[in-house]
Design a protein. Structure first.
Length: 157
């Protein structure tokens, strides 16, 4: 694996640390006004404007079956690019806080557990160990199926 493929952006959801592959992340934004779109799935918070482009924003907590993000909190928005076939879809994902970009060696990664997590294990790429903590590496492209992404993206345009 290349050094870049071992780099992950770590972030917090509830009391757990999660991570996404750095090459999937375009940027991290401070919380901004999100325009609600009626009829969207519950995990969709709405859309934001990024340099003139309409970008859907997902509450990762809700999508992953965790308690929804507190409306009084000031989460960060992690802007990711998701590949679905030949299409590239840009989405914002709410995170309680963003920590850092970190390297995790392959030797520090283990396959996802078969049970014992509130998140579907198909959404987990691996469990990493950093210092004395676990980091849940999410597979952002598996969290959203093609039909969900197509519907959300079509409705936000």
């Amino acid at each position: 694996m290349s050094a870049e493929s071992n780099q992950y952006l770590t972030f917090q959801l509830v009391d757990e640390q999660y991570a996404l592959e750095v090459h999937k992340v375009q940027e991290v934004l401070e919380m901004q006004s999100i325009t609600h779109i009626p009829g969207m799935p519950q995990y969709m918070r709405g859309v934001i404007n990024i340099r003139g482009k309409v970008v859907p924003v997902v509450d990762l907590r809700t999508k992953l079956g965790l308690p929804p993000t507190d409306n009084n909190a000031k989460p960060s928005i992690i802007v990711v690019e998701i590949s679905q076939g030949e299409d590239q879809i840009t989405m914002g994902c709410l995170a309680d806080s963003v920590q850092e970009v970190t390297n995790l060696d392959d030797s520090a990664l283990e396959p996802p557990p078969k049970m014992g997590t509130s998140i579907q294990s198909v959404w987990i790429k691996a469990i990493g160990k950093q210092d004395d903590k676990f980091v849940i590496l999410l597979d952002i492209e598996r969290i959203f199926n093609f039909d969900e992404l197509s519907q959300v993206y079509k409705d936000s345009e």
